[in-house]
Design a protein around this ligand. Sequence first.
Ligand code: 5AD
Length: 362
Amino acid sequence: MSSLNYAALLDYLSDVDSGRMRTLLDQADQVRRQTIGNEVYLRGLIEYSNHCCRDCFYCGLRRGNRELTRYQMNQEEIVEYARQAYQAGFHSLALQSGEMVDKKGVDNLVEIIGRIKSITGNDGTPGLGITLSVGELSYADYERLFAAGAHRYLLRIETSNPELFARLHPADQSLQRRIECLEALKAIGYQVGTGVMVGLPGQTVEDLVGDLRFFLEQDIDMLGLGPFISHPQTPLYHQAANPEIDPLRHTLIVMALARILMPDINMVASTALQSLHTNGLTWGLKAGANIVMPVITPAEYRENYSIYSGKQYKSWQQIQSEVETAGYQVGLWKWGDSLHWYKRRITRPILEADQYHREDKL
Ligand code: 5AD
């Protein structure tokens, strides 16, 4: 959609009239149905550790939050949950944690991935697809995790504005480093996802346009964006957000614009969006999302994976029913990889597992 130049994007984000928003969401839905169809893929999300070496000013898992009870699931538990998820019908799993405190974290994760692959890939199928979201690591570590069997990676940039990024993080973190990580992940062969928060203190509508441009320039395969939801045990708690940005509406508008600009990517209806409003999932789907990540972290740990306040959990059944009521279909027995990624690497050798699934997409 070439008419979506900078001025048009800014205009959509500056005037969030309901009728206009509905038309935009309809357009996004049309693009989605034409390009990737009406299927929605589920990724069972296991938040396996809330330890974190970072101190991001917006996140409840930050190192400086001494009120949080920290946990780390052991290998047996994680592998057992993965096995149960596979048996229940999940074909992809997302493993998420705070950023690793020491090098042993990567060794541990490599072993976990290997074990999950070995118990779920021995029935003539490629087993569980594995997405990782464990933050900034070295090139060598990303390579090891890829070799172990992970094939998608999510690393949000939080904002494409380097000055805003600097105001949201301690001095030892930078947007540049995140970008280097995304480039490394892409070079290694991962399907690469990124994203931002919408409604951050100090964020402007221009920043959101910048975010969309960033996603396009980076040629991303997957997108996860959600509203910023303030957490009381973080420094940002008392900072006022920009009244021009409505976290819910603007998240949906950015999602719809993203779907129109990048028709073949995978885009998630985030848990934060679902937590902000009871209809968040339905609206997220209508704005172009084709991925949902039901939280399957054991109940005893869930409340301690408190990135933000008021996180809502929906069961697989509830999600399936909402997906169908909204007019979409849960895609079963498929990894549901990003069509964009297939196209991006079409000239590269195709692995056996891809061959198995690519028939759906090409
Ligand atoms: N509100 C919404 N999302 C948040 N995240 C972290 N803190 C918050 C918050 N307060 C998101 C960030 C991070 C991801 C794991 O969670 O985008 O990358």
